[in-house]
Design a protein around this ligand. Structure first.
Ligand code: ATR
Length: 274
């Protein structure tokens, strides 16, 4: 029987996870389909219970549900420590939650910069994605600063890491960026349809900064355009992270080796069609 997978979130209509996973299923000749379901935060528990009842095999969880969804699954230890999940596996009967965001971003950054240890990393945001990324960077020995609109949220996240500081946005941010090796946008700012938004502009960046945006729709966000304008040499878009976190989810659900190149090609083709 055809297996059903999907993504829950809001907004979710522009998610490229369906294109990516369906390409992988096709490549491996699997009888499976991946769909997008718009779910509000109030309904995340019902959605997870309903998915189990309907025999759905696996789900991804995206903005703004990653933290709330944790309460409705048996979460693996690392996801509990992060405080957010992006993957649910139903194959054991009960919903089991995982977080593959952090693994995905770490793989991207290591490919771009090599060693992460002792790097100064500024993370914009303090939500589920920021938590996942900062947790893995912290374990690798990076010096992390969490900068968030709601400063208390940044302080709380930083206090859960070994070697981290926190900041608000705006003026305060400028000095922090000066002292950073890597800047990561882990907020939804700049995501379709608010494509002109960015928390950091070119005048705040230096050319040796690595600038990485987790937003992949559009592929070149306003932040990345600003980075280009500032002469930044290493610019990383959100597609790679999407693919690597998706590949990790795929492996959890199917126990098969994900066809990474096929997945990345499918995502970039879909984005180029937009
Ligand atoms: P996720 O779990 O996917 O990371 P989230 O928990 O809703 O989603 O977190 C979204 C992040 O984007 C938060 O850090 C949020 O800042 P606040 O904690 O102050 O809400 C940030 N964010 C969203 N829209 C923003 C905006 N317009 N300006 C600044 N930060 C924004």
């Amino acid at each position: 029987m055809e297996k059903i997978y999907g993504i829950i979130g809001d907004p979710v209509a522009h998610s490229l996870s369906p294109v990516m996973h369906n390409a992988a299923f096709e490549k491996l000749g699997m009888d499976a389909i991946y769909l997008a379901f718009r779910v509000s935060p109030e309904e995340v528990g019902d959605a997870i219970r309903g998915a189990k009842s309907l025999g759905i095999s696996g789900l991804n969880v995206t903005i703004p549900l990653k933290e709330k969804a944790l309460f409705f699954v048996d979460a693996e230890e690392v996801a509990k420590r992060i405080g957010a999940i992006n993957t649910i596996d139903f194959s054991s009967g009960t919903p089991v939650g995982y977080n593959t965001d952090g693994i995905g971003s770490l793989r991207v950054l290591k490919e771009t910069t090599g060693e992460i240890k002792d790097k100064n990393v500024l993370i914009l945001g303090a939500g589920g994605a920021a938590k996942a990324i900062s947790f893995y960077l912290d374990v690798e020995g990076a010096r992390v600063t969490i900068a968030n609109r709601t400063k208390e949220r940044a302080a709380r996240l930083a206090s859960n890491l070994h070697n981290a500081d926190f900041s608000g946005l705006g003026l305060e941010l400028e000095k922090r960026i000066e002292a950073s090796d890597i800047l990561i946008n882990a907020t939804s700012v700049g995501m379709h349809p608010n494509e002109d938004a960015t928390l950091v502009s070119a005048d705040m960046m230096h050319p040796d900064l690595v600038v990485f945006d987790i937003v992949y729709n559009p592929m070149e966000t306003k932040l990345l355009k600003e980075a280009k304008r500032a002469g930044v040499k290493k610019i990383v878009d959100g597609v790679k992270m999407l693919v690597y976190q998706g590949a990790a989810s795929f492996k959890i659900w199917t126990k098969k080796e994900p066809p990474i190149e096929t997945m990345e090609k499918a995502v970039r083709a879909a984005l180029n069609r937009d």
